[in-house]
Design a protein around this ligand. Structure first.
Ligand SMILES: Nc1ncnc2c1ncn2[C@@H]1O[C@H](COP(=O)(O)OP(=O)(O)OP(=O)(O)O)[C@@H](O)[C@H]1O
Ligand SMILES: [Mg+2]
Length: 136
């Protein structure tokens, strides 16, 4: 059993915090033994959910931690905010849907880059995105 690692909490308020979350996530993923390709995918998925917090919620946090399930080990990323929420998650997960005149690729892209992806949102209460990826 590996030495227990602390969860990494990164408050997200502005662009520079997105970079911090990305770097801390990449560093933990590297220690966990992910391939270089996977490190890029994980860092990109982290950037996308963190950037959404800055753009749409204004404030929130990321919690990045090692994950274990039976024999598998991996990384867990939780992004949460108490922003305006997403009225239609089905639409938000479609390639090309954006309320921000952006590309609308962040959430569906992050889902494809990770092994597990769960989004929950309540209008007026906030949004959480939980993602995991396993070392192979
Ligand atoms: N944390 C959030 N709080 C509120 N709304 C969100 C949040 N994250 C995403 N959304 C909504 O979901 C839509 C889709 O998000 P997604 O990241 O896929 O695309 P985008 O941010 O619009 O564009 P891109 O990420 O490609 O720059 C957003 O346009 C926004 O309406
Ligand atoms: Mg986005």
């Amino acid at each position: 059993m590996a030495v227990a690692e602390e969860d990494i909490h990164v408050p997200i308020d502005r662009d520079v915090d997105v970079v911090t979350a990305r770097e801390k996530g990449r560093e933990l993923a590297s220690r966990l033994g992910f391939s270089r390709t996977d490190l890029t995918l994980i860092a990109t998925a982290i950037s996308e959910v963190a950037r959404n917090i800055v753009v749409y919620a204004g404030h929130g946090e990321l919690v990045i931690s090692p994950a274990q399930q039976g024999e598998r080990c991996g990384i867990a990323i939780l992004a949460r905010d108490q922003g305006p929420g997403i009225p239609d998650i089905g639409k938000a997960m479609l390639d090309g849907f954006s309320t921000g005149k952006s590309l609308g690729l962040g959430l569906p892209g992050a889902r494809r880059m990770m092994d597990e992806f769960e989004i929950n949102s309540t209008v007026g209460a906030g949004t959480t995105v939980a993602m995991r990826k396993w070392v192979r």
